[in-house]
Design a protein around this ligand. Structure first.
Ligand code: C2E
Ligand code: MG
Ligand code: MG
Length: 254
């Protein structure tokens, strides 16, 4: 018999049970980090993305990967999702008092936005923060999560759009986007996945993919946002390709 301490502890970490995560919610151990989105041509701050973290009393600050896969498919994921939106709206109110009024985006799991009452829930959350202009809230959905039932999904986006919020397609390029999909999905923003940006200086195919995605964004009149810009060289190349808005460690960490 072999005992692998690393494996054992990672398995233990992975099985940090749902009860513990629910307790973390009650004990306010979750927090949101915000990563700025910047127009690289002008230097202007154009928004921020909220990213969840778990301030674990023993294990320190944990990334979403320590939480999200464990709660997936369980009701607690919906509670966390609601907490995220409520916390973002509260933060936006606080920032507005300091005269900072920027759009903020939140990531939404498929489970959360596939529920039929999601537009109603969003309405109630917005109603409890009346000073926040709903047009400053942007919802990021994963490209892969939008595919299975596109008709239903575009209905949800349409209904949420009536509330004034906007949508972005996250991790664009990693799913199975078709032209029909882009035509029918009323999202305003396409976020070019960081895996393409990371290697585009060395890998001609990644560069071609980025160029293709920027072409689609232009053709469909959507705003392209590059994710994962880590170096000045990547930023310069993106600007040369016509992509001005970006997010990444090279600009600021969350
Ligand atoms: P995402 O929405 O695509 O977010 C971008 C991720 O890339 C974040 O990781 C961010 O910290 C990281 N990142 C930003 N710039 C760079 C860079 O220059 N280089 C590299 N290597 N990484 C960069 P994070 O915070 O670990 O989040 C991972 C994923 O977890 C997110 O991917 C999102 O899908 C999900 N997530 C985060 N917060 C939430 C949440 O509140 N709710 C839900 N449902 N999902 C969330
Ligand atoms: Mg995102
Ligand atoms: Mg992404």
């Amino acid at each position: 018999h072999f005992y692998d301490a690393g494996l054992a502890s990672s398995t233990r970490g992975h099985h940090e049970n749902l009860e513990r995560i629910r307790a973390a919610l009650d004990h306010r151990e979750f927090l949101l980090y915000y990563q700025p989105k910047v127009n690289m041509a002008t230097g202007a701050l154009v928004g921020a993305e909220a990213l969840i973290r778990w301030q674990h009393p023993e294990r320190g600050l944990l990334a979403p990967a320590a939480v999200l896969p464990i709660v997936e498919g369980h009701p607690v994921a919906l509670e966390i999702g609601e907490w995220v939106i409520d916390t973002v709206l509260t933060q936006m109110e606080a920032w507005a008092l300091g005269d900072l009024k920027i759009p903020v985006s939140v990531n939404i799991s498929a489970q959360q936005w596939h529920r039929p009452d999601f537009p109603g829930l969003l309405h109630d959350l917005l109603a409890s923060h009346p000073s926040v202009d709903p047009s400053r809230l942007e919802i990021e959905v994963l490209e892969s999560s939008a595919l299975p039932d596109m008709a239903q999904v575009s209905q949800v986006i349409h209904n949420c759009g009536k509330l004034g919020v906007s949508f972005a397609l996250d991790d664009f390029g990693t799913g199975y986007s078709s032209l029909a999909f882009l035509k029918r999905l009323p999202v305003d923003v396409l976020k070019i996945d960081q895996t393409f940006v990371r290697d585009m200086l060395d890998d001609p195919e990644d560069l071609t993919s980025v160029e293709g995605m920027l072409g689609l964004a232009t053709a469909f009149r959507r705003l392209a946002v590059a994710e994962g810009v880590e170096t000045v060289e990547q930023g310069i190349l993106l600007l040369r390709l016509g992509c001005q808005v970006a997010q990444g460690y090279g600009i600021a960490r969350p």
